[in-house]
Write a protein that binds this ligand. Structure first.
Ligand SMILES: *Cc1c(COP(=O)(O)O)cnc(C)c1O
Length: 443
């Protein structure tokens, strides 16, 4: 049997037995699945030995490459020691060490870590903690949320309350207790003579107008600091975060920083909030924190929040739980990831890398007539494409794959969010193949 026949049988099995995420399954009548056999560094290899540069870190999770030997070694040692134990009434070394190291990275401003397994659960935990905090402190009416237009904080029913992406939300509207959206500080909204900071101030004024009227029933504002990822790599000025922090203080509303996508160095600093010089009341991590190895999410919060739950009364405690809360393997992967940050001075190295990526894309697509708003924040680069034909994003995806490149545009926004380990040759490959795929999908 030829490997092609074998593969097409395998793909048919996948399409019939596996319900793939974020996918209209019928589209796979035209677009074949890619069966991946193994990964190495920034590359994925399929069953025919074809390779693909992973330009989106396998949905923004992989920081230091596939089959990373250092993370692999740490996990193998953990596997032989303790694979899992419940975290209620029990504790273990990886979860304690990880919590302490994350607290230290926040200068101990966010010294308490609560664990779950995916980003949407971290969002829900922060929302529940915020509301429960206000209840425990005698203000139960503060139970509503504010998010930004175009926000994405996950797709479970609770997280959809603060997610403003119609295609993910509309079908479930009857289930969702919607929050309020206030205007995004999207820097692309700058009018002639306006800076990104001006747009931020305008958006903050709208936030203030909302809070001035509704602070009594508002528990928290949730934001994706600096970059709104899933709605198309919307970038904005850190001034917005400074103003939002000040407004949340003035109106006694929690600030939740969803750093699930932008945390762990992606934005250029370890936490994106550092670039605004502020700390939130809740900070969410997932995606990159385990190096892209295992599902893990973490909600970091303050002594003030923690203390409001500390009581003789069980019901005043935060009783939320998941079976795999604080899984030792996932925590070990996160510790190995933090080790790489420290040992390799990754934040400094990324500064140079992101500059090279910016230069490569500037020369590859910067002058293209259809390219607008070429923009970059740390290790995220994006541009919008005008006059796109119908089905542009799927067409671009297919054209890029033919050129050994994995990129999945969001609508007409093409972006890359690569692993942090790209060499100069790979950066050039990424930019030039992206330009070629763009040309082909506009033809
Ligand atoms: C991916 C993402 C989430 C949801 O995480 P899941 O693990 O997919 O549930 C939440 N917020 C942001 C900003 C994200 O990028």
């Amino acid at each position: 049997m030829s490997s092609n026949t074998r593969n097409s049988e395998f793909l048919a099995r996948s399409l019939s037995a596996v319900w793939h995420p974020c996918t209209q399954m019928k589209h796979h009548e035209q677009l074949p699945l890619i069966p991946i056999k193994r990964g190495e560094g920034a590359w994925l290899y399929d069953m025919d030995g074809k390779r693909y540069l992973d330009g989106i870190s396998s949905w923004w999770v992989n920081l230091f490459g596939h089959a990373n030997p250092r993370i692999g070694a740490a996990l193998k040692a953990q596997l032989d020691t303790l694979e899992h134990v419940l975290l209620a009434g029990f504790t273990h070394e990886p979860v304690v060490e990880l919590s302490e190291r994350l607290a230290a990275l926040t200068g101990h401003r966010l010294g308490h870590a609560f664990y779950a397994s995916d980003g949407a659960s971290a969002t829900e935990i922060a929302l529940k903690m915020s509301v429960h905090y206000w209840r425990n402190t005698g203000r139960p009416a503060k139970n509503r949320f504010v998010s930004l237009t175009g926000s994405y904080h996950g797709e479970t029913v609770g997280a959809l309350a603060v997610t403003d992406v119609a295609i993910f939300r509309d079908a479930y509207a009857p289930l969702v207790r919607g929050g309020t959206c206030v205007p995004t500080p999207d820097a692309r909204l700058a009018e002639a003579g306006e800076t990104a900071a001006d747009v931020a101030r305008r958006a903050a004024a709208a936030l203030e107008a909302h809070l001035a009227e509704h602070a009594d029933e508002t528990a928290a504002l949730i934001v994706e600091p600096l970059v709104q990822g899933a709605s198309g790599m919307v970038m904005y000025d850190p001034e917005y975060l400074r103003l939002a922090r000040a407004l949340c203080d003035r109106y006694q509303v929690h600030l939740v920083a969803d750093e699930i996508a932008v945390g762990c160095g992606r934005s250029g600093s370890f936490f994106a909030c550092e670039q605004a010089g502020i700390w939130p009341d809740f900070l969410l991590l997932s995606k990159g924190i385990s190096g892209g190895y295992l599902p893990l999410s973490i909600v970091l919060t303050t002594d003030t929040v923690f203390d409001a739950f500390y009581d003789d009364d069980t019901a005043r405690g935060f009783l939320h739980s998941h079976s795999y809360t604080g899984n030792p393997l996932a925590c070990r992967a996160a510790l190995a990831t933090l080790d790489i940050f420290a040992q390799d001075d990754v934040i400094a190295a990324n500064r140079i890398k992101s500059q090279r990526i910016g230069e490569a894309f500037q020369s590859a697509v910067g002058g293209h007539a259809a390219v607008r708003h070429l923009r970059q924040q740390g290790m995220i680069l994006a541009f919008d494409v005008t006059d796109t034909p119908a089905g542009f994003s799927r067409r671009f995806f297919a054209e890029a794959l033919q050129r050994e490149l994995l990129l999945r545009p969001i609508g007409n926004t093409v972006y890359t969010m690569p692993p942090y380990i790209l060499g100069d040759d790979e950066i050039h490959f990424l930019a030039s193949r992206c330009a070629a795929a763009l040309e082909a999908s506009l033809a």
